[in-house]
Design a protein around this ligand. Structure first.
Ligand code: GLN
Length: 301
């Protein structure tokens, strides 16, 4: 069987199994197996695969046909250009969460520019680090991206799942930022030292309404941990908790930045305003859905 034939057959198979973008998925899996960039396949369409390669490819395609996510089969995904290992213990990082990360590091870098200009002596930003709380770190993707992009940032990464924290630690070490991330196991702010104060509280909390989980696509429903998805009856349990609990931990001028679910923007805005937050921005994702909310304290104005 040639490379092209293998791709064509598995595209058809994955399509029948209801997998989105079956040709792309087949190509990505074959490229992974052959340890080469996907575009290389196009130069090798006529190459005949060895029996061992055919067998191994078939096994990967079978797994994907059972709707196991591509990222789980490959074992990692890319987040803000960083390779992040994933497993069944963590939510697979999503492209829309990269927008949240970017919002976060843009704010932190503005803060450190401001602070070093205020010191007037050009002292290094690390003289006064920005302190971040990542509420529900999962794979660690947000904490790692922020630490990576902001040399002056120190991050507290909280998660209730010890398994998730184990993986997040490995991911942080791989990108050389582990010494600026403090990993804390526990339920949200309960895990945070009483005296800690943050410039930024960032979170991609579980936000799927409990009743919607059964109808999610199998890749999500059967492979992402429900702990990382389930946001309670209306999906806003964690939004409510953050609106109430984050204020006390925020430094003056600090921000809260949250990802939110479909149709939740106006309810979350009302929850935040009720708790004396000013909603500074609600940003849309790549499919023009409101996805990220940025808020600061009313009394900062
Ligand atoms: N912070 C992680 C992410 O953005 C985990 C989020 C979650 O488990 N809900 O992917």
């Amino acid at each position: 069987m040639t490379v092209l034939e293998a791709i064509q057959r598995s595209t058809e198979f994955l399509g029948r199994k209801g997998v989105d973008s079956p040709r792309l998925q087949a190509e990505l899996l074959l490229a992974h197996l052959l340890k080469q960039p996907r575009m290389r396949l196009y130069l090798e369409f006529e190459r005949v695969l060895t029996p061992a390669e055919v067998e191994a490819f078939r096994a990967l395609i079978q797994r994907r046909g059972k709707r196991e996510p591509l990222q789980h089969i490959i074992g990692s995904t890319s987040f803000c250009g960083l390779e992040i290992a994933v497993s069944r213990d963590v939510l697979v990082p999503r492209p829309e969460t990269e927008l949240l990360a970017e919002r976060g590091w843009t704010f932190l870098n503005q803060l450190s520019t401001l602070r070093s200009s205020q010191t007037g002596d050009g002292s290094t930003p690390s003289a006064q680090p920005s302190i971040v709380l990542d509420f529900g770190t999962g794979s660690g993707c947000l904490s790692i991206a922020l630490a990576f992009k902001c040399p002056a940032a120190e991050v507290y990464a909280v998660d209730i799942s010890p398994e998730a924290l184990g993986l997040a630690r490995e991911n942080a070490a791989r990108h050389g930022v582990a010494e600026r991330i403090r990993f804390l196991q526990g339920d949200g702010f309960a895990a945070v030292p009483e005296e800690a104060r943050f410039d930024l509280v960032i979170s991609n909390p579980p936000y799927i309404p409990s009743g919607d989980i059964a109808s999610l696509q199998p890749e999500v429903r059967d492979y992402d941990p429900h702990l990382a998805l389930d946001g309670g009856a209306d999906g806003l349990d964690y939004g409510r908790r953050l609106a109430v609990e984050a204020a006390r931990f925020l430094k003056p001028g600090g921000r809260v930045m949250l990802e939110l679910g479909d149709g939740q923007a106006e309810t979350l805005r009302a929850i935040l305003e009720e708790q004396k937050w000013i909603v500074e921005a609600i940003e849309a994702d790549y499919s023009h859905q409101p996805r990220i909310v940025v808020a600061r304290r009313l009394n900062d104005a």
